[in-house]
Design a protein around this ligand. Structure first.
Ligand code: FES
Length: 147
């Protein structure tokens, strides 16, 4: 099968039912998306498919339509995506494990809704869990990035 990830096309010999998260991490070595629950409950594995946030742990590779973007393809160290920049400025990350998923969800939200209300931010981010409890800083960073 063929997958486009972060602007690069990959020819892969994997079972179509293999979760996209496994393909990204184990086949392509793209480790920004994290394994948290494997059941679509925590958001650590969030990536974009044509700009829409999806759970890569629940998405069979064979059902991927369109371009996949992971945190590695959102920005780069020399030129951070504006959401990543807001994350740095608001020192959001604590342990950091969930943060790539948080940022991908926030970036998808702001791409579709550039100036969300607090309630819209909370609703959009509610599926991304953070065991360190960085939620207040996450909301502040999303609000800052929306300005
Ligand atoms: Fe995919 Fe938790 S690992 S939602």
């Amino acid at each position: 099968m063929q997958l486009n990830v972060n602007g690069q096309s990959h020819e892969l010999d994997v079972e179509p039912e293999m979760p996209l998260l496994w393909v990204l991490r184990d086949e392509l070595g793209i480790t920004g998306p994290k394994y948290g629950c494997g059941m679509g409950l925590c958001g650590a594995c969030t990536v974009h498919m044509d700009g829409v946030a999806i759970r890569s742990c629940l998405t069979p590779a064979g059902q991927v339509q369109g371009k996949v973007t992971t945190i590695e393809g959102l920005g780069n160290p020399a030129e951070l995506h504006f959401v990543q920049q807001a994350w740095v400025e608001h020192q959001v990350a604590q342990c950091g494990y969930c943060q790539s998923g948080q940022i991908m969800t926030a970036a998808a939200l702001l791409a579709s809704k550039p100036a969300p209300t607090d309630a819209e931010i909370d609703a959009a981010m509610s599926g991304n869990l953070c065991r360190c409890g960085t939620y207040p800083r996450i909301r502040e960073a999303v609000k800052a990035a929306s300005k």
